[in-house]
Ligand binder design. Structure first.
Ligand code: GLN
Length: 445
C-alpha cells in the first residue's frame, strides 16, 4: 500500500508508470501474507515489483508503449511474470518504454514522457526508462526491464541505480514481446547488487517454453558476498574511454578502477578494436530481426485496428497509423538489409563482424576476469536535446552493445557523478559467469 500510495502521489512528476494495478497488487500482497503465515515465504515474498510494459501479463494491458497494441490484454503470463507470482511478489504496474524498446531515451513512447528523478528536465535513458525511474524515485523497490542493446544498463546508469543483463539464454523470454531475438534479455533493476542478485535468482533458470533458454540452474545469489578484489584481473578497453566519452564520466570510472587497484586488483588498459564497429553492426542486426518480429502486428490479431478496405487495406492502415516513426524506420532498414541482393552486403557482413567481436572478447577474457568501462559515455541529457538526432542517440550505445552481440552478462553500478548527475560503470564477464559477475560487482560496490 505504501508503494501504491507513493506512486499515486509522486508519479505525475516522473511518468514512470503507464498503468498501475492497485487491485491486483493488493490481492497478491494478501496471498503473500498467507504464504508467510504458513512459513512458506521466501526472501522476496510480498516484495512489490514493477514491470516494463513489454512483458505479457494476464488480464493487464500490455502495450510496448505503442499505439498498435493499445487495448491488447494478453491471455497468458510471461515466464518471468509467473515466477514472480509464484513467489508472492505483487506486481505494482507496467512501466513506460521507448516504443517496442527501440530507443535510448524513452522519448519514443507513444503515450508519455518519463523524467529522470535526479533532474526532471532530463531523460531517464532508455528504453527501460520507466523501470529505471521507478526504482530511482522509490516508487518500487525492484523492477524488470529488457536489454537488446543496453536498455537495462544505460537507464540504470543515468538514474543512479543497479541494472543487470544476464547471459543470453539464462532468463526466459517467453512472453516478452520480441524486438531482436538474438539479442533480447530480461533483467532486473535494484538499488544495490544484493537485491539485484536476489531477484535475478528468482527470474532465471531453464524454461522449456523458450527455445533459446540455457539448460542451467537459476542464477545463485548465495556466494555473492564471498568475493575479493585481490588478484582480480580487470581490463579497461581504451575504445570505451575515447573522445566520445565525457571527461567527468571517464574520470569517475578511472577513479573506481583506481580504488579496485588499491584493494589488490590488477587493472590494465587493453584494446578491443571491433568495439568501434559495434554500433553499425547492431543497427543492422537489431532492425533486421525487428522487421521480422513486428510482422505479426497486422491489426487482425492484437490490439488496435484501423479502418481500411479489404484485408491488405486494413493491415496497411493499421501499421501506418499504429507504429511510430522510429519503429517504421527500423522496419524499413531491417527489411532492406534482409532483401535479396543486399543480404550479403549487410546482414551477413554484420553477422561476420559479430563473430569477430565475440572472438576478440573471448581472447580478452583469457587474460582478464572482467571488462570495466563506463556504461554510458555521457550522463543524463536534456529531454528533447537528442530527440531529433536519432543518429547521435544511437552512437551513445557503443559501451553496452558488445555484451548483447556477444551474449555476455553485464551490470551497471553507480560510481559517482558528472555535472551533478549519476555516472554508471559497467562490468562485463564471460558468458555464463553471471554469479561471478555479481560477486565482483558486490565487491566493487
Ligand atoms: N538503444 C538501443 C536501440 O535503440 C537499445 C535498445 C534496447 O536495448 N532495447 O535499439
Amino acid at each position: 500500500t505504501a508503494f501504491l500510495d507513493r506512486i499515486e502521489s509522486q508519479d505525475a512528476a516522473y511518468g514512470a508508470f503507464l498503468k498501475v494495478d492497485r487491485a491486483g497488487a493488493l490481492e497478491s500482497a494478501e496471498r503473500a501474507q498467507t504464504l508467510v503465515d504458513r512459513g512458506e515465504g521466501g526472501a522476496l515474498t510480498g516484495v512489490p515489483i514493477a514491470l516494463k510494459d513489454n512483458m505479457s501479463t494476464t488480464g493487464l494491458e500490455t502495450t510496448c508503449a505503442s499505439k498498435i497494441l493499445k487495448g491488447y490484454v494478453p491471455p497468458f503470463d510471461a515466464t518471468v511474470v509467473s515466477r514472480l507470482r509464484e513467489m508472492g511478489m505483487p506486481i505494482l504496474g507496467k512501466t513506460n518504454l521507448d516504443e517496442f524498446a527501440m530507443g535510448t531515451s524513452t522519448e519514443n513512447s507513444a503515450f508519455q514522457l518519463t523524467r529522470n528523478p535526479w533532474d526532471t528536465e532530463r531523460s531517464p535513458g532508455g528504453s527501460s526508462g520507466g523501470s529505471a525511474a521507478a526504482v530511482a524515485a522509490e516508487l518500487a523497490p525492484l523492477s524488470l526491464g529488457s536489454d537488446t542493446g543496453g536498455s537495462i544498463r544505460q537507464p540504470a546508469a543515468l538514474c543512479g541505480v543497479v541494472g543487470f543483463k544476464p547471459t543470453y539464454g539464462r532468463c526466459s523470454r517467453y512472453g516478452l514481446i520480441a524486438f531482436g531475438s538474438s539479442l533480447d534479455q530480461i533483467g532486473p533493476f535494484a538499488r544495490n547488487v544484493e537485491d539485484c542478485a536476489l531477484i535475478a535468482s528468482a527470474i532465471t533458470g531453464h524454461d522449456p517454453m523458450d527455445g533459446t533458454s540455457l539448460e542451467m540452474a537459476p542464477i545463485s545469489s548465495e556466494g555473492i558476498k564471498n568475493g575479493s578484489l585481490k588478484g582480480l584481473r580487470v581490463a579497461l578497453p581504451k575504445e570505451m574511454f575515447g573522445e566520445a566519452t565525457h571527461s567527468e564520466v571517464a574520470a569517475a570510472v578511472h577513479a573506481a578502477a583506481e580504488a579496485m587497484r588499491q584493494e589488490g586488483a590488477i587493472v590494465e588498459e587493453v584494446s578491443i578494436p571491433t568495439i568501434s564497429l559495434g554500433v553499425t553492426t547492431y543497427y543492422i542486426i537489431a532492425p533486421a530481426e525487428a522487421s521480422s518480429n513486428l510482422a505479426r502486428f497486422d491489426g487482425i490479431r492484437y490490439g488496435f485496428r484501423a479502418e481500411g478496405t479489404g484485408h491488405i487495406g486494413v493491415v496497411e492502415r493499421t501499421r501506418a497509423e499504429g507504429f511510430g516513426h522510429e519503429v517504421k524506420s527500423r522496419i524499413m532498414v531491417g527489411t532492406y538489409a534482409l532483401s535479396a541482393g543486399y543480404y550479403d552486403a549487410y546482414y551477413l557482413r554484420a553477422q561476420q563482424v559479430r563473430t569477430l567481436m565475440q572472438q576478440e572478447f573471448e581472447r580478452t577474457f583469457r587474460d582478464f576476469d572482467v571488462v570495466l568501462s563506463p556504461t554510458s559515455p555521457i550522463p543524463a541529457f536534456r529531454l528533447g536535446e537528442l530527440k531529433n538526432d536519432p543518429m547521435a542517440l544511437k552512437l551513445l550505445d557503443f559501451c553496452t552493445i558488445p555484451a548483447n552481440l556477444g551474449g555476455m552478462p553485464g551490470i551497471s553500478l553507480n560510481c559517482g557523478f558528472a555535472e551533478g548527475l549519476p555516472v554508471g560503470l559497467q562490468l562485463m564477464a564471460p558468458v555464463m559467469q553471471d554469479e561471478r559477475l555479481l560477486q565482483i560487482a558486490f565487491s566493487v560496490e
